[in-house]
Design a protein around this ligand. Structure first.
Ligand code: TXA
Ligand code: MG
Length: 315
């Protein structure tokens, strides 16, 4: 593919306006959301969406989330159930993605849904994301802005390291606050947790007044590939001790950690630091990474899910 000259734009009004122009004319722009940096394109434009898959080297069966500025814009694309609307009202704008039936005439490229009759939609809360969505004036399809299978980016420099020369621009809006991708809920006959993420599932269940079913198989969650978020080194989880040759990524008051997700054992801080720590381990050249145990509660579910994928056997 031809090498693009990737521009770093500021998050000031001139940078936002330029990002909006590039997106409205079919280009590829990365900008921050509260979860991670996304790589965005006009969701109605087949060629622009194809550019996302090409830039990421992503298998085309993996559908994309469409980002819109508000609930009204989402209602134009998908059919809400009362339960889905209650979740949108409780958590939007924010780190929740809803998978709902695609409306006829929504105008979304088939490359976005990968042929499914449902669409994943989200209203991000990051001010830069909101401003660029308004400036572009079109729904934006956007996966995380990393080469396929690699660690998600939470800083503009991570995006540049992975995708420079493959996208038109990145808006530098600093580090992402949440640090793990959105929680995905679908299957509104029986609500299903398709991916643990930035909104704890306990909070979602409190609004629904019922437990979320677990995503059973590849049919409900296409593209949830097992090996993902992979740093270069191997990863060993639940490490209570450090073996010779290992670099420890700590959590809580552990000894011998080279880096820590949160020295005080705070899961919110750990989520925000997770991908930056994995990128930093790559930069350190860590060949064998050990990770301290992370409790399975609140954001710990999303953190353990991402770490399990980082530790999964590679092709
Ligand atoms: O926080 C986030 O969600 C970030 C930011 C940029 O918004 N985006 C993100 O996108 O993580 P991505 O493409 O890395 O992950 C989207 C996930 C994939 O696992 C995909 O299979 C699933 O959403 N997905 C998308 N559309 C779906 C659908 N119609 N049914 C089931 N799963 C779907
Ligand atoms: Mg991703």
């Amino acid at each position: 593919m031809t090498l693009l000259n990737t521009t770093v734009l500021s998050s000031q009004p001139d940078g936002i306006a330029r990002a909006g122009q590039i997106l409205a004319s079919g280009g590829l722009v990365s900008f921050p959301t509260e979860t991670v940096y996304g790589l965005f394109a006009d969701a109605r434009n087949d060629q622009a969406v194809a550019g996302i898959y090409q830039a990421k080297g992503r298998p085309s069966f993996n559908p994309l989330i469409v980002h819109v500025p508000d609930l009204a814009a989402a209602e134009a694309l998908v059919d809400f159930t009362p339960a889905a609307r209650a979740l949108a009202q409780a958590f939007w704008p924010g780190a929740l993605t809803l998978v709902l039936p695609l409306r006829a005439g929504a105008g979304i490229s088939k490359l976005v849904t990968a042929g499914l009759d449902t669409l994943a939609v989200r209203v991000p809360s990051h001010p830069v994301a909101r401003d660029v969505l308004l400036a572009a004036g079109v729904p934006l399809a956007g996966p995380s802005a990393n080469p396929s299978g690699r660690i998600s980016p939470t800083k503009a420099e991570h995006v540049i390291a992975g995708l420079s020369g493959r996208i038109d621009a990145v808006v530098d809006g600093g580090a992402c606050g949440v640090g793990v991708e959105s929680t995905i809920v679908g299957g509104f006959g029986v609500p299903v947790l398709l991916r643990a993420g930035g909104i704890p599932s306990e909070d979602i269940e409190a609004v629904l007044g019922q437990p979320l079913a677990a995503a059973g198989d590849a049919i409900v969650a296409p593209g949830q590939m097992t090996s993902h978020y992979a740093p270069t080194g191997s990863v060993r989880l639940n490490a209570k001790t450090v073996l010779p040759g290992e670099t420890l990524l700590g959590f809580g008051p552990v000894e011998g950690a080279s880096l820590t997700l949160s020295a005080s054992g705070d899961l919110v801080e750990a989520a925000a630091n997770l991908f930056d720590c994995l990128h930093a381990l790559d930069r350190l050249g860590a060949e064998r990474i050990a990770v301290s145990p992370i409790p399975m509660m609140g954001l710990g579910l999303a953190i353990n899910d991402r770490l399990a994928r980082a530790a999964a056997p590679r092709d």
